[in-house]
Design a protein around this ligand. Structure first.
Ligand code: UDP
Length: 341
C-alpha cells in the first residue's frame, strides 16, 4: 500500500487533504507539531474515513527526529508539505521564527527525502507570490510575474519555491508540484473537521462565522474605497474540499505520468472573484443569520483584487473547483455551529 507523508496534516487544508487521500486508498503518515492545530482533528478524520492515519507529533525542522521517524516507514511514495506558519502580521513581528519554521523545515525535508529515496513532493504555495497583478494579468495565470513579497510570510513562500526549483535542477530524480492556493474557505460537509483559528481570526471567513455565532461583536470590513465595483477587496474563495482533492490529483499525477517539467506550478482557484461585501451578503442570505459589520479603514498590505485563471489546473491536472460559494459558506457555518455545540 502506498503511503503519503503529510506534514501539517492536522491543520486546516492538511486535514481535509488527509481525508481525501485516505478515501482514495492511500495510507497516510501525518507529521505535525500541533503548534496551530489540535490532536482531536485525528478523531474527526477517523469518523469520516473509518480508519485513523498514523501520526507523529514533531517539528519538521527537527532533522534527527525526522530521520528517526522515516527509518520506520519504507512505504512512503510522496510528501505533501503543508507544515508552515501562516499569519502575515505575526511574520512581520517575528521574521526569524518564520524563516526557521518555513524555510529550514523545507531544507530538512528535502534532505531526508533524498536520504530515503523519496522523489515526489507537493508543496503548498500561495497566490501571494503574484502580489497585486497588473490589469493585463487578471485573472492571474501561472505566467504572471512574481512580485517582491510584502511580508516575511510571503517571502518564505517565494524562497521555498526557489529552493525546490534549485534542488530539482541539481537532483534529476526530484519531481515537484507547486500548488498556489487562492483563498480557501469552508469545511468538510460532515462538519467533523474545519478551520480552527487560534485566538482572534485574521482571515475573513472565521471572523464572519464567529460574528454570526455571537462570539464577536462585529466584523470590520477593511476598506470600501478600493477600485472595485462595491469598493471592497476582491478574492477568489475556493472550497477547502475542492482544494484538498487537487492534492490527490497532483500526487497521482506524479506517481503515474512523467511531468512536463520536473517542477510544475498550478493556480488553484475558482476563476471567480468575489468582494468582501458579496461574501457577507451571500453568507447572510444562505444561512439566514445576520453578520453585524462596519466599514473601517484599509488593512495595511492588503491586495486590492486578485482571482485565478485556473485553466492550467483544469486542463493539465484535470481538476476543477466544483462547489458553489453558497454551499461553501453554508459548510463554514455548519462547522461553526458544530464548534459551538
Ligand atoms: N477582511 C475583512 N475583515 C476581516 C478579515 C478580512 O474585511 O476581519 C478582508 C481583507 O481585507 C481581504 C479579504 O477579507 O480583503 C480576505 O482576507 P483574508 O485575510 O481572509 O485573506 P488574504 O488577505 O490573505 O487574501
Amino acid at each position: 500500500m502506498a503511503r503519503i507523508l503529510v506534514t501539517g496534516g492536522t491543520g486546516y487544508i492538511g486535514s481535509h487533504t488527509v481525508v481525501e487521500l485516505m478515501q482514495s486508498g492511500f495510507e497516510v503518515l501525518i507529521v505535525d507539531n500541533l503548534s496551530n492545530s489540535n490532536i482531536q482533528v485525528l478523531d474527526g478524520i477517523e469518523k469520516i474515513v473509518g480508519r485513523r492515519p498514523d501520526f507523529a507529533q514533531l517539528d519538521v525542522a527537527d532533522l534527527p527526529k525526522m530521520r528517526e521517524l522515516l527509518e520506520k516507514y519504507t512505504d512512503i511514495v510522496a510528501v505533501i508539505h503543508f507544515a508552515a506558519s501562516k499569519a502575515v502580521g505575526e511574520s512581520v513581528e517575528k521574521p526569524l521564527l518564520y524563516y526557521r519554521n518555513n524555510v529550514l523545515s523545507l531544507v530538512n525535508l528535502l534532505e531526508v527525502m533524498k536520504e530515503r529515496g523519496i522523489t515526489n513532493l507537493v508543496f503548498s504555495s500561495s497566490c501571494t507570490v503574484y502580489g497585486q497583478p497588473s490589469k493585463e494579468h487578471l485573472p492571474v495565470d501561472e505566467t504572471a510575474p512574481i512580485q517582491p513579497a510584502l511580508s516575511p510570510y510571503g517571502n518564505t513562500k517565494q524562497i521555498n519555491e526557489e529552493i525546490i526549483r534549485d534542488e530539482a535542477h541539481a537532483d534529476s530524480s526530484l519531481n515537484a508540484i507547486i500548488l498556489r492556493y487562492f483563498n480557501p474557505i469552508g469545511a468538510h460537509p460532515s462538519a467533523l473537521i474545519g478551520e480552527l483559528p487560534n485566538g482572534v481570526p485574521n482571515n475573513l471567513l472565521p471572523f464572519v462565522t464567529q460574528t454570526a455565532a455571537g462570539l464577536r461583536k462585529e466584523l470590520k470590513i477593511f476598506g470600501n474605497d478600493y477600485n472595485t465595483p462595491d469598493g471592497s477587496c476582491i478574492r477568489d474563495y475556493i472550497n477547502v474540499v475542492d482544494l484538498a482533492k487537487a492534492h490527490v490529483v497532483a500526487v497521482n499525477r506524479m506517481l503515474k505520468v512523467e511531468l512536463r517539467d520536473r517542477v510544475e506550478y498550478f493556480n488553484l482557484g475558482t476563476g471567480r472573484g468575489l468582494s468582501v461585501i458579496e461574501i457577507v451578503d451571500t453568507f447572510e442570505k444562505v444561512t439566514g443569520v445576520k453578520v453585524p459589520h462596519t466599514i473601517v479603514g484599509r488593512r495595511e498590505g492588503d491586495i486590492e483584487k486578485v482571482w485565478a485563471d485556473p485553466r492550467k489546473a483544469n486542463e493539465v491536472l484535470g481538476w476543477k473547483a466544483t462547489a458553489t460559494v453558497e454551499e461553501t459558506l453554508l459548510s463554514a457555518w455548519n462547522w461553526q455551529r458544530h464548534l459551538s455545540e
